[in-house]
Design a protein around this ligand. Sequence first.
Ligand code: ADP
Ligand code: MG
Length: 203
Amino acid sequence: MELKANNISFSYNKKKEILKDFSISLKSNQIIGLMGDSGSGKSTLCKIMAGYISNYSGEVTIDGSKIPNKDFYPVQLIFQHPEKTMNPKWKMEKILNESWTPTQDLKDTFGLKDSWLSRWPSELSGGELQRFSILRAINPKTKFVIADEISTMLDAVTQVQIWEALINHCKANNIGILAVSHDPELLDVICDDILYFNEINNL
Ligand SMILES: Nc1ncnc2c1ncn2[C@@H]1O[C@H](COP(=O)(O)OP(=O)(O)O)[C@@H](O)[C@H]1O
Ligand SMILES: [Mg+2]
């Protein structure tokens, strides 16, 4: 499969354009890195590709077809700050199982401990919470993962563990990854190819 963003233009308000004729493509067996400065519009592009923003021009397609937004969305976005995507009034077990129920094997692969399940989100660290976010995103119906600075706030050991588990899972299940980061060393290690945001954006 191939995920494509074609000639995307977008602005939050009339004063400032964020994306202009931006095009990018990603195949199921690929891990593509996207590098760019802070504030350049990377997260905005991620939200467009994952269906969170709809009032853009251009199109986002999988194998040439527009992605229906009524059922499960096959392009899943993992955010930098997992705590912002979780209901603080839900226990972790409910949060984890909201999208699907991951196997014990997969929970072990991501180092997710059973004792965490009875806690509130505020009672876990950023790295622990991010493991939940990733498991939620890799629903069996997921075809592409967009990882927006997902390990920026994590220590080096946790960063390696999380990326290793995510990459292994995606390779085994033919899920393509767009890895967004401002860290060239990380992208060098994990990606097949690295693209530079400002070179693609036609502002
Ligand atoms: N909801 C929003 N409303 C208005 N401006 C926004 C909104 N979200 C982001 N922006 C602005 O859009 C620009 C790009 O932001 P963002 O996509 O988050 O960049 P990046 O992820 O590369 O740091 C920034 O100037 C930011 O302030
Ligand atoms: Mg961002």
